[in-house]
Design a protein around this ligand. Sequence first.
Ligand code: SAM
Length: 346
Amino acid sequence: MSQSIIDAVATSHDISQEQLSVLLHTDDMMLVQTLFAMARQATQRSYGNKVFMRGLIEISNHCRNNCLYCGIRRDQSGLQRYRLTKEQILQCCAAGHQLGFRTFVLQGGEDAWFDDDRLCDIVSDVHAHFPDCAITLSLGERGRSSFQRLFDAGAERYLLRHETASPMHYAQLHPAEMSFDNRMRCLDDLKAIGYQVGCGFMVGSPYQTDASLWADLQFLRRFQPQMVGIGPFIPASGTPFADRPAGSVDLTLRLLSIIRLILPSVLLPATTALGTLSPNGREMGIMAGANVVMPNLSPQGFRAQYSIYDNKLASGSEAAECANDIRSRLNGLDRDASPDRGDFRP
Ligand code: SAM
């Protein structure tokens, strides 16, 4: 009966709320292992043994937003704020290129200093210096013309987690000045412009329910993103949610597999948050159907300041300079770290 649920999800690329509930809560570990195995097979059919490596460059921890969960929110005190210069960003890219990275992800808080002129200048310089690389941006909400200018300057991909597909849940995670509709507008604009778009959510965020998770999966089905980033919520000291429990690694792995079955060719990272909560989190993510890793390429002196949650990993297999270690750990899972840009394959 339960095995038939997995077959039904894999065939229909859809899931009912009841089916989701069974897959999230079953304590039949054979069934969970079957879910992981089916997800791995789906990944294999779409991308073979390849796992794509992205170099993550955290360009600024200044943020005008006050998301209740985030350790770099505007009201976070005691945090040394930084922003990288264009030269520092280009140096990170050069180091990453040397290490074999062919995608750079420029991520940061919503920092007004990075206006369109400055960002377009950076993007076009990265593009000119590293024409064989893809540029991904993850810089929060912007206007459509800004997204268009950045696209024209050479950015091809944009990561903007939708955070939750339930407007009510969104309002519980964000201050009143932030708008669910604007987040959705941004995602629609990015898609319409032609970006490869990533959305996603935290697993186990405060007030999340099975119903809101199901809404997230239905949103993914409708939106058909090229990338989906999910990772466990991890409390950040000094934030309103500092005392909330962290999300579950097990639930995150099950959701990774379910997303893989719903969107077989999506690019699905095994996120840093997963690696932070469990020493083998990243490997377990790959074994649940993930096919992307995003090691940290930021200058080492700044990594601790990009503290979106407590104890965030930025060393070992989370550190780009350990690319060879990452490759051998992937080989141990019978996966190959791909030297490709790793574009979405519909
Ligand atoms: N400002 C950009 C944005 O809003 O997309 C990018 C940076 S933001 C810090 C990147 C992601 O970090 C968010 O989309 C959120 O899901 C995740 N994040 C923030 N705080 C977190 C926490 N406490 N635990 C886990 N993930 C968190």
